[in-house]
Design a protein around this ligand. Sequence first.
Ligand code: ADP
Ligand code: MG
Length: 247
Amino acid sequence: MDTHTAGRRPAHHQDDDAPRPRGAALRLRGVAVAYPDGSVPVTRADLDVAPGEIVALVGASGSGKSTVLRGIAGLEDVVAGTVEIDGTEVSGAAGGRPVPVHRRGVGLVFQDGQLFPHRTVARNVVYGLEAAGWGRVRRRARVAELLELVGLTELAGRPVRTLSGGQAQRVALARSLAPAPRVLLLDEPLSALDADLRARLARQIRAVLQAEGTSAVVVTHDADEAAVMADRTVRMGEGGVLDDAGR
Ligand code: ADP
Ligand code: MG
């Protein structure tokens, strides 16, 4: 067994001797994403993210980076092409219904975290696990594991509104990772923070994703940040074209 891969496998996985999944964790082919007003800012996106791989997505402002993430998550309509997550097509391309957002196994982290400000750190992290129907004992263990991983164990009982921006983003990261998403999508997770903190948190995000073995796409407009966080960088080009097929 490949020890490098084994080390990146999530600690809660039961099947440590099972063969590594084949193929991509996330595969986009010819994806176009439309808004309700009829505009189609993403016209042809091809992307492959290998299991455990962290890919940075860069490109000009307005080029369609957020839109492609929203299409992957199911928040906007994919009107052409295919989106496969762990080998399952989720966009409804085959004529079926699109898989709903909460069934795609996709985690999301936004610039501003979108946390519940009056709830405690632990209550924020447990949120997705309750929604996913995890039992109480498993929930507690998983929350403790994630808080440890992002270095917030001491702050478990603090309301989120009393935290710094960097701490709040670590809560957002822990919350989105708690249900062990098959793919994590991070949309400029560090943009609201000041420069010093950004560099530190970029390293921490990479370490946390690697410890969990999470496949991820992280949007950033900072090339240095991309280099720190990701295994490789892809670029959203003009006309909403992302060309990263068949590497
Ligand atoms: P980026 O994240 O790369 O800065 P976006 O994906 O947010 O770019 O935006 C791509 C294009 O889609 C832009 O022209 C933007 O104005 C447009 N857009 C974003 N959100 C919407 C929306 N809800 N409805 C219609 N157009 C939108
Ligand atoms: Mg954006």
